[in-house]
Design a protein around this ligand. Structure first.
Ligand SMILES: [Zn+2]
Length: 631
């Protein structure tokens, strides 16, 4: 469970990069197409950007945009501060996707620019000719209503039903669909922004947000720390704020605000505990933004303002590891980032490891062990499902959609490797290493290879009898898990195994099972490990005893509905239909669609639900699931 950030997006393979490139700014793409020559991945080469930061680097962005909800367009300008890295470099290449460029100016004068050939994965390069003295470039543009990184929701698609809503999702390479920029994680920039909205709505960004700002439709922001482009984020809606602590608070639609603030009230404690262990929080405030149910992911670690799905508001804090995960990104990910998408495991693996540790500090070792076992089971099923090449931490993504990097491999396998190092050298020593690591690489974007070099100079030098370079490389560059990899255990789950077995073998009735002390994790473990095929009478017995069809916990409901679909348990189908129509989080709906699509009757139901839900789904959820329905 707790597939975090947008991990379970799992966008199907549907793009191939085959279009010839004839325009300028082809640096990245020509290398990316030329797989015959490039036998080895060149570390640090971003195969998912056209931009040329090695020649000219963008250091700061000044954004001025107006949100036009009628046209579904962001309109305005992006002004980029540039620094020449190579004398004589006179062409700035930016990434764009479906942007309408109106003009490009330097010091108020128009300059020549051209858009190159489009690529299905990468978008379109924008090449700008720079005068010799240029220090700033302004691009006047507007976005397309279909921008892959922007979702425009109608009032009907929000919790309050009164006002429209907008949110952006830039990771992995969708920032280019709403800002022309060097859309590569190895380029870090600071930014300022002015956003104009309808007067009754509030805009928030991954930047300094003033919780008490006047609601007047004109909002200014500043992000003084350098961040990669995938962390630029904007949301606009009927949002209100409630403080949870001195540095933490929550933004949400009025209908969700109170429940969210109660569910996530431990956020301030999480922040303090993480600081004690891994060093100072470097981003000033830490707030949460609760999105409408159509948000396709669990959460997104936009700095200072994590974007969060409402599906984790369970009423009992049982799903708050998502918050721990997004918060942990403030250290691993936002402070130290992957330089290319091949290196995502440096970001998500460290964050997943930190998440487990935060949950243990806050809720104790039982919770830690249970979440680790569920994570391990999820990893095992991904290893079973993925081709070997995609089971490596440092994945080869050349010629592929960058979104394909998201599986349990960078998250859970990455975390498991760190757990092994921790077990070998001891927790205290490993925590000290992490503290130094975050300090050493603060506000940098690094590759797997830079990490290995750092490891050579630190842990591999200090613990030669306990750790070896060969073992670490096996984790990173080989598929599956190395022999003897740690396997998390939970005593609480051993009890559940026994209970399940007794019920399955009719030694105990369902209503004799004492579940009063069961947490969500125990329920998930009980349900997820049932056999695929169960008689209707057994399902009915379970449902009657525990009202599983009506469970208001979206994770438990998900596990139960999966069982219902596999066994065509019809009493759950009304709930199943409502679930699919009302939730857009891909991790929760995709497995249900995939399972339904296995039978003609199931496919019929999936098609009906999908067509009704489609208007409220994020484009990424649509793309990930449209293959499961009838045309
Ligand atoms: Zn994450």
């Amino acid at each position: 469970m707790n597939k975090l950030c947008w991990i379970c997006l799992a966008v199907p393979v549907m793009f191939s990069c085959s279009q010839p490139v004839t325009g300028s700014g082809e640096t990245a793409l020509s290398q990316h197409n030329d797989t015959a020559v490039a036998k080895h991945i060149e570390a640090g080469n971003d195969y998912h950007s056209f931009s040329n930061p090695d020649e000219i680097t963008v250091t700061h962005l000044d954004l001025a945009l107006t949100a036009d909800f009628e046209q579904k367009q962001l309109k305005g300008r992006a002004t980029l501060d540039i620094v020449r890295q190579q004398a004589g470099a006179d062409t700035l290449v930016l990434d764009t996707r479906d942007l309408n460029i109106n003009s490009v100016t330097v010091n108020g004068q128009s300059v020549d620019y051209s858009l190159g050939a489009s690529d299905a994965n990468l978008g379109t390069p924008l090449s700008i000719s720079l005068p010799a003295n240029a220090k700033q470039v302004t691009v006047n543009y507007h976005t397309s209503p279909e921008a892959s990184g922007v979702q425009w929701l109608t009032p009907a698609q929000t919790a309050g039903k009164q006002h429209p809503f907008l949110f952006t999702q830039a990771q992995a390479i969708h920032a280019r669909s709403f800002i022309p920029l060097q859309d590569s994680p190895q380029v870090r920039i600071t930014y300022d922004a002015n956003i104009k909205t309808p007067a009754n709505l509030l805009a928030v960004m991954s930047a300094s947000n003033n919780p008490h700002t006047e609601r007047d439709g004109d909002y200014s922001f500043s992000m003084p720390q350098p961040i990669p482009s995938y962390l630029i984020a904007l949301a606009i809606g009927d949002l209100q704020f409630q403080a949870m602590g001195d540095r933490t608070g929550v933004y949400a639609e009025p209908a969700l605000l109170k429940a969210a603030a109660a569910e996530f009230e431990d956020t301030e404690s999480m922040l303090e505990l993480t600081e004690e262990k891994y060093g100072p929080y470097r981003w000033d405030r830490y707030d949460l933004l609760i999105l409408p149910p159509s948000f396709p992911f669990g959460g997104m670690e936009n700095p200072r303002l994590s974007f969060i799905t409402p599906t984790v508001i369970a009423g009992d804090k049982s799903l708050v590891s998502l918050i721990a995960h997004e918060l942990a990104h403030s250290w691993s990910g936002n402070t130290v980032t992957n330089a290319t998408w091949r290196d995502l495991w440096l970001n998500e693996g460290f964050t997943t490891y930190l998440t487990y540790r935060i949950m243990e500090m806050l809720y104790g070792p039982d919770r830690y062990n249970m979440e680790a076992v569920l994570g391990y089971q999820s990893l095992q099923s991904d290893i079973d499902a993925l081709p070997e090449a995609d089971q490596k931490l440092a994945i080869d993504l050349r010629g592929r959609n960058a979104d394909e990097v998201f599986s349990d491999i960078p998250y859970e396998k990455g975390a498991l490797m760190l757990r092994e190092i921790e077990q070998k050298i001891g927790r205290e020593a490993f925590d000290k290493f992490l503290l130094n690591y975050f300090e050493h690489f603060a506000f940098e974007s690094i590759t797997t290879d830079v990490f290995l070099t750092y490891l050579d100079k630190t842990l591999l030098k200090d613990y030669p009898e306990k750790l070896s370079r060969a073992r670490i490389e096996q984790w990173i560059f080989q598929p599956g898990l190395p022999e003897g990899a740690p396997e998390p255990q939970s005593d609480a789950f051993s009890d559940i195994d026994e209970v399940r077995q007794r019920w399955l073998t009719d030694k105990r009735d369902a209503n004799e099972i004492d579940t009063t002390l069961w947490t969500t994790h125990e329920w998930l473990y009980f349900l997820n490990n049932l056999p695929d095929s169960l008689p209707a009478q057994k399902l009915e017995e379970l449902d009657n005893a525990f009202s599983l069809t009506q469970s208001q916990n979206n994770e438990i409901a998900h596990s139960w509905l999966m069982i219902a679909v596999k066994n065509e348990y019809k009493p759950a189908y009304d709930r199943l239909y409502k679930y699919l129509v009302n939730i857009g989080r891909n991790k929760l709906v995709k497995p249900l669609y995939r399972e339904l699509a296995k039978t003609p009757q199931g496919k019929k139901l999936a098609t009906k639900a999908f067509n009704e839900a489609k208007a409220g789904y994020h484009p990424l959820t649509i793309k990930a699931n449209e293959g499961f329905i009838n045309d």
